[in-house]
Design a protein around this ligand. Structure first.
Ligand SMILES: Nc1ncnc2c1ncn2[C@@H]1O[C@H](COP(=O)(O)OP(=O)(O)O)[C@@H](O)[C@H]1O
Ligand SMILES: [Mg+2]
Length: 288
């Protein structure tokens, strides 16, 4: 069994990361869609990027920039026309269907509209990936589902149906489902865009917690600067299917460099302001 095949979800028992190579590598990936008029639309243009283990990596850009298409290349929900995708030491673009199914259990995904099974309970929604993947006893499934629901603080809702939950609770069920198979990576496509501001803050705190306590690497797509500025340590600005620029939000030198895009400038200012606020709090704490 590979070291990542089944992650312990218990906080404080984090696995070791392989620090020498990036956890995710997209290598010169392009994706074109055929248009009804016979033309072609280049949704992703020669994108190369690396995401390190432990990152919360943000993809930001306007609507239609190609963010969702790019994110769907990370788990091959969209197959690139050219280029290669590596996740956790495996080249996804070189795998057979069966191998890809196995590799995908290492990559969870959540969506703006939650994508829950409406006719299944919360418990059964979270159990779903474990049941289709096979290899688990009913007792193991029950234990795992309960553990995941506890992580997102929804233990009391196991018997509810999605229609009986708030938007924030639905997204937390989706997170529990994404975590069920113990993934190394979680892909989030506009996870807070259907939520109000307060619920967004709580959900971002949950994602940050999952990243820090369980060491799940997160790639998050958003058109909202405040969302990415809040939790990401690295960001890439996507324009017309390509990376216009990328930089670290947790590094003063990187934040001080001139930026190429308006979104990049705003994000850098947001990052610098957050760092200043954090320093102020630390300084104040020293005087208490
Ligand atoms: N299956 C598809 N067929 C044709 N065009 C598509 C398809 N999926 C996405 N596109 C086009 O690709 C572009 C990028 O889409 P998308 O990745 O969803 O952007 P974003 O998530 O940044 O809003 C859009 O112009 C969209 O219309
Ligand atoms: Mg999108």
């Amino acid at each position: 069994m590979r070291y990542c095949a089944h992650r312990n979800l218990t906080p404080g028992t984090n696995r070791l990361f392989l620090m020498t190579t990036p956890l995710i590598r997209i290598d010169h990936a392009s994706k074109t869609f055929a248009l009804p008029d016979g033309g072609a639309f280049h949704a992703v243009r020669d994108v190369s990027l690396e995401v390190n283990a432990g990152d919360i990596f943000g993809l930001i850009g306007k609507s239609g920039a190609g963010k969702s298409t790019l994110l769907r290349l990370f788990n091959l929900l969209e197959r690139p026309d050219s280029g290669r995708v590596f996740v956790d030491g495996r080249e996804l673009t070189a795998l057979s269907k069966r191998e890809l199914r196995d590799a995908r259990s290492n990559i969870g995904m959540i969506f703006q509209q939650f994508n829950l099974l409406q006719n299944a309970t919360v418990f059964d929604n979270v159990a779903f990936p474990l049941r289709i993947h096979g290899g688990h006893t009913p007792a193991q499934i029950t234990a795992r589902v309960n553990q995941c629901l506890e992580l997102v603080e929804l233990s009391g809702k196991a018997a509810n149906y999605p229609a009986q939950l708030s938007g924030g609770q639905k997204q937390r069920v989706a997170i529990a489902r994404a975590l069920a198979s113990g993934p190394a990576v979680m892909l989030c496509d506009e996870p807070t865009s259907a939520l109000d501001a307060e619920t967004t803050r709580a959900l971002l705190a949950t994602l940050r917690d999952i990243n820090r306590r369980l060491n799940v690497t997160i790639v998050i797509v958003s058109h909202e600067l405040s969302v990415l500025g809040e939790i990401c340590n690295r960001v890439a600005v996507i324009e017309d299917g390509a990376i216009a620029e990328q930089f670290a939000l947790d590094d003063a030198a990187s934040l001080a460099e001139p930026r190429k895009t308006a979104l990049g400038r705003e994000l850098a200012q947001h990052g610098a302001a957050s760092a200043l606020a954090a320093n102020t709090v630390n300084t104040e704490a020293a005087y208490v």
